[in-house]
Design a protein around this ligand. Structure first.
Ligand code: NAD
Length: 356
């Protein structure tokens, strides 16, 4: 059935607008193929918003987002804004957006496209068939807990890892819900052998798991999880973890699949989700038609699935990216020596043709 959705589009800085263009082309192709209507409204976000309004997340942008069914982001930041005040840096806009829209769960799929098997630093037999979803808590934990700061005349630094039962339950529910759509396994990662907050995390996850009797639950300490991810990543289906552990593990896992340019993400939890590539604004290659648009295109795919419940359309995007890689299309970041390299636009065009 044809559907209609409103999308706020925040291209941002550096390669953000370049990859966003290709993401929107893929979205157009989906609209055409399935008869949906996607109404997009562009808004200022990040460094470009600072230049034009003095704020990385202007009120007008928040309003446009509030009136949308989902938000698509490119990337923000760059050397031009490295020295502006901390609270109006482009990255502060990102934190502001997460907070404004209550995006407490960050989903990062880490999957290996068969065409890229030789791009990983790990052996083929270790990674072939790997398909992991990391669910990272995003608005709590040690990055936000109080007290924090440098104290006692600069002789003591403090950060505090805090989680409430409510915060743990809601992100755990997200992880179990996603596991139900996958292989029905959740591995919760904590440090409950040392940290009280992690004991609460583990007990709460155990209790919540009873609501999802079909899902198998296991636990790992974070140090072991870091090791298992490179030893045997195929053992994982959904990994559920807190903010800092998730930050570290998802970067580790990103290398399993070859390149930052391949990794999409979703911030969900509130009424409106935020979908963006994992990578930043890549100032070193901005404006040169070199950026790999796959992460952005796959973020559009995640939006279709997690915001609009369009599963077939999500798969159409994923299959198109996979097919294009199988056919040998490579941006510079995923090209092996001697392979022919295509630019951002050419890669986008190939994906669109494949969707059609
Ligand atoms: P980065 O992700 O921008 O780049 C790291 C390396 O990966 C660079 O060599 C870059 O060329 C390459 N790369 C990244 N995306 C690529 C793509 N799609 N195709 C090909 N190559 C790609 O990280 P960085 O250099 O640490 O940060 C640059 C700026 O981006 C900083 O201002 C940082 O704060 C910001 N940043 C923003 C976000 C976000 O918007 N969510 C995330 C991370 C970093």
């Amino acid at each position: 059935m044809a559907k209609k959705f409103k999308i706020a589009v925040l291209p941002g800085d550096g390669i953000g607008p370049e990859v966003m263009n290709q993401g929107l082309r893929a979205l157009d192709a989906i609209a055409e193929k399935y008869g949906h209507e996607f109404e997009t409204t562009e808004a200022l976000f990040g460094g470009i918003a600072i230049d034009k309004t003095g704020q990385p997340l202007p009120k007008e942008t928040i309003e446009i987002c509030k009136q949308s069914d989902a938000i698509l982001g490119g990337a923000v930041g760059g050397p031009k804004w490295d020295n502006v005040e901390q609270n109006i840096r482009p990255e502060a806009g990102l934190l502001g957006l997460r907070k404004t829209f209550g995006l407490y769960a960050n989903l990062r799929p880490v999957k290996l496209y068969p065409g890229l098997i030789d791009n990983s630093t790990l052996k083929r037999e270790v990674i072939e068939g790997m398909d992991i979803m990391i669910v990272r808590e995003l608005t709590g934990g040690i990055y936000f807990g109080q007290p924090k700061g440098v104290m006692e005349s600069g002789t003591k630094g403090v950060n505090t890892m805090v989680y409430t039962v409510d915060e743990i339950e809601r992100v755990a529910k997200t992880a179990f819900g996603i596991a139900m759509m996958r292989k029905k396994r959740v591995c919760s990662v904590d440090k409950s052998n040392v940290l009280e907050v992690s004991k609460l995390w583990r007990n709460t996850v155990e209790r919540l798991a009873k609501q999802f009797p079909e899902v198998g639950l296991s636990h790992l300490y974070v140090d072991n999880a870091a090791m298992q991810l490179v030893r045997n990543p195929k053992q994982f289906d959904v990994i559920l973890t807190g903010n800092m552990f998730g930050d570290i593990l998802s970067d580790e896992a990103s290398m399993l699949s070859g390149s930052l340019g391949m990794l999409p993400s979703a911030g969900i939890g509130g009424k409106i989700g935020f979908f963006e590539p994992v990578h930043g604004s890549a100032p070193d290659i901005a404006g040169q038609n070199k950026a790999n648009p796959c992460a952005m295109v796959c973020s559009v795919g995640m939006m279709l699935k997690y915001a609009f419940d369009l599963n077939e359309e999500h798969e159409a995007i994923d299959n198109a990216v996979s097919a294009v890689l199988e056919k040998g299309f490579r941006c510079a970041d995923i090209a092996a020596e001697g392979e022919k390299v295509v630019g951002t636009k050419e890669m986008g065009k190939a994906i669109v043709e494949e969707i059609k």
